[in-house]
Design a protein around this ligand. Structure first.
Ligand code: PGA
Length: 255
């Protein structure tokens, strides 16, 4: 089955509004000029930049996404941003459960399941992240951990809800370290996740669900990674902060 490739940039907590505008403009310009546009390209940016960039990209096929949303519907939760708010400014995508949220903000499976529910209830497309830290990879229990993350985060969903979900496998030891997973390591884990989806939801859902790879994706390794049969694109951190590099990574996703 041919799944549409997706490349999402995760800007994390970087840039000023001016810098964000310049970078998004440059990405949109290069995308229009150099990309066949059969790949979905998403910029996941800090909350204050969402609305301005959404407007700036109105005539571009480059999409916008948030990096998180609240597990709550609304009300007295100072500092939180709800999925309904994101929807109200026209943001289609939201990253849920990035390893930095799991690690630094102690987000666990139960909380992430609620965030996923909020996103889906408000018509957003969640990019659900999973992936093992280095110690877990070293002790050989990475498959079990990732399967548990998947089970806790999304296995309460109906098959119909699964149609709106994107998964990102991001081994923590590869994030921001320059140590990319080998194509064999990436393919192996993507296949594990897809088999797990097939066991729970059947082969059709498993084959239709995009599974992105994240962790030190760069222009020189993107094509190889994205060519793996079960790797449907990437979630890109550091390299998404340079328009040239990011677009070269998007090129790696083109057929
Ligand atoms: P990186 O980050 O590309 O800088 O490794 C990936 C991510 O955290 O999504």
């Amino acid at each position: 089955m041919m799944r549409t490739k997706i490349v999402a940039g995760n800007w994390k907590m970087n840039k000023s509004l001016d810098d964000a505008r310049s970078l998004a403009t440059e990405v949109a310009t290069l995308y229009a000029k150099e990309i066949k546009q059969d790949t979905i390209v998403i910029l996941c940016v800090p909350f204050p930049f969402l609305n301005p960039l959404k407007e700036l990209l109105a005539n571009s096929s480059v999409q916008t996404g948030a990096q998180d949303c609240s597990a709550h519907e609304g009300g007295a939760y100072t500092g939180e941003v709800s999925a309904a708010m994101l929807k109200s400014v026209g943001i289609p995508y939201v990253i849920i459960g990035h390893s930095e949220r799991r690690q630094y903000f102690k987000e666990d499976g139960a909380l992430l399941a609620k965030k996923i529910d909020q996103a889906l209830a408000n018509g957003l497309l969640p990019i659900f992240c999973c992936g093992e830290p280095l110690v877990v990879r070293e002790n050989g229990t990475h498959e079990q951990l990732v399967r548990r993350q998947v089970e806790e985060g999304i296995f309460h969903l109906t098959p119909a809800e699964m149609a709106n979900l994107i998964i990102a496998y991001e081994p923590v030891w590869a994030i921001g370290t320059g140590k990319t997973a080998t194509t064999d390591q990436a393919q192996e884990m993507h296949a594990v996740i897809r088999r797990q989806l097939a066991g729970k939801y059947g082969e059709d859902v498993a084959q239709a669900t995009p599974i992105l790879y994240g962790g030190s994706v760069k222009p020189d390794n993107a094509k190889e990674l994205f060519s793996c049969p079960d790797v449907d694109g990437g979630l890109v951190g550091g390299a998404s902060l340079k328009a040239r590099d990011f677009i070269d990574i998007v090129k790696g996703a083109e057929g």
